[in-house]
Design a protein around this ligand. Structure first.
Ligand code: PLP
Length: 448
């Protein structure tokens, strides 16, 4: 391992003159004193601009199911669509193929509209829910993330809320009701007070942008019931969980809860810019041109993206992709659980399927008997149940500075690249190996 970052430093120096903060997405600048620039990838590894090689668990923060080597049919489809002329302004066959694939595999989706980013998907889903219900208010989770959009860049509580970003008018916050994830009482109260005005609940089935927090038993069922009783729509933001948690049936399949509308992104485009909104026919046809909720996009359903997304999900349907990913994820989370029991009992191993994160908490459980073995499953019989994070706020109360400023660098020095801070998920892919996992566990042992 060289720890020479000369080239990254030079590139960041140039970048700071022409890109705000030197980056095109905020989280990339979190690494201090400057981010490493990526040069290329190779299976489960990434090589930076200075030639340093790492086991990569960042994996582009979500869109890569195969690591950095795409399966041959995916590469072939991308190349053929790119060389045929990239885009037309007319519909193409591959959009229909991809839509049929998603509708076949995701139970709640009868129709889908493809867009170009997760942000665009959630913007359109909120507009769709408002148009369909004729109501304005949106319930979101504190610490949930739905991209860079006005209606969800809101913080505080349902009774005291404000924009979380400059540039968002106060008026947006009046329509947005933040509640703590996993708190059935809080959301029930909000529905008791505002039920008639609520267009939708917008929720990540697993909080995946603020640590990783899985739902407690019956949480999503409670949301489902509240929406049914009040006529609001339940919108699952599966931009990050879609085609990862629960495999092709997505997190909704794994948890057995049927949302009215689902937003997708990341994996549904096979590594290219993408988003999508799916749901029942009567709701989806509220979009223009069939309905009156305007929705449009020059690049939407881009043939190269559609081909990449369809071929990579088809490959997953026909091979042992999810088995491999989930098995390795379990191996990693199990190993971490053992290390934590030994070395850092106040930390929680979080994640499920192909996602993992070690949450730096402050409270240790009394013992480890019958502890969740392969990542916190919010089992109320687990000795950690009283202390493991249940909300985004719980995660944020942990040792987040230790995670970012001390621990992250110690892992990097051992050749393991983790995502930029305590809050971003990390991803296991088909390209990772048992050896990658075991080396990573050794590094955790050293760093903790
Ligand atoms: C990544 C993400 C988004 C935003 O998607 P972009 O493509 O970055 O705009 C929205 N919701 C969730 C749950 C995400 O993880």
């Amino acid at each position: 391992m060289t720890d020479d970052f000369e080239r990254s430093r030079e590139l960041y120096d140039r970048a700071l003159s022409v890109l705000p903060g030197g980056v095109n997405s905020t989280v990339r600048a979190v690494t201090e004193p400057y981010p490493q620039f990526a040069a290329h990838g190779e299976s489960g590894h990434i090589i930076d601009a200075d030639g340093n090689r790492y086991i990569d668990w960042v994996m582009a923060l979500g869109p890569l199911l195969y690591g950095h080597d795409l399966p041959e049919p995916v590469t072939a489809a991308i190349q053929s669509h790119a060389s045929e002329g990239p885009i037309y302004g007319l519909p193409t066959e591959v959009e229909v193929d991809h839509a049929e694939f998603v509708c076949r595999h995701v139970p709640s989706v009868e129709m889908i509209r493809f867009v170009n980013s997760g942000t665009e998907a959630t913007v359109s889903a909120v507009r769709l829910a408002r148009g369909y219900t004729g109501r304005n208010k949106v319930v979101i989770m504190q610490g949930g993330y739905h991209g860079a959009q006005e209606s969800t860049l809101v913080e505080g509580s349902a009774g005291d809320r404000r924009p979380s970003s400059a540039g968002v008018p106060e008026e947006f916050a009046t329509h947005t009701l933040p509640v703590p994830f996993n708190d059935t009482e809080a959301v029930t109260e909000v529905f008791a007070e505002h039920g008639e005005e609520i267009a939708c609940v917008l929720v990540e089935p697993v909080l995946a942008n603020t640590g990783i927090v899985t739902p407690i038993e019956e949480y999503h069922e409670t949301l489902r019931d509240l929406c049914d009783d009040s006529g609001a729509l339940l919108v699952f933001d599966e931009v990050i969980t879609g085609f990862r948690v629960g495999g092709l049936a997505c997190a909704q399949g794994k948890f057995g809860v049927t949302p009215d509308v689902t937003t997708f992104g990341k994996l549904i485009g096979g590594g290219f810019p993408v988003g999508a909104i799916g749901g029942r026919v009567e709701i989806m046809e509220t979009f223009t041109p069939t309905g009156d909720v305007f929705q449009s996009g020059t690049f939407s359903g881009h043939p190269v993206t559609m081909a990449a997304g369809l071929e990579s999900l088809t490959f997953a349907a026909e091979n042992d992709v999810y088995e491999h990913v989930h098995e390795l994820g379990d191996r990693l989370r199990r190993g971490l659980t053992e290390i934590v029991a030994d070395q850092a009992p106040e930390y929680t191993v979080a994640g499920t399927d192909g996602m993992f994160k070690l949450l730096f908490g402050r409270d240790a459980p009394a013992n480890f008997d019958n502890h969740c073995e392969a990542g916190c499953a919010q089992r109320d019989s687990c000795p950690r149940y009283g202390t493991c994070p249940k909300t985004g706020t719980d995660v944020a109360r942990g040792e987040t500075d230790r995670w970012r400023r001390v621990f992250w660098g110690e892992m990097r020095d051992q050749g393991v690249l983790l995502s930029q801070n305590q809050f971003e998920s990390q991803f296991v892919t088909y390209a990772h190996t048992a050896e990658d996992v075991d080396e990573t566990l050794e590094a955790y042992k050293e760093a903790l």
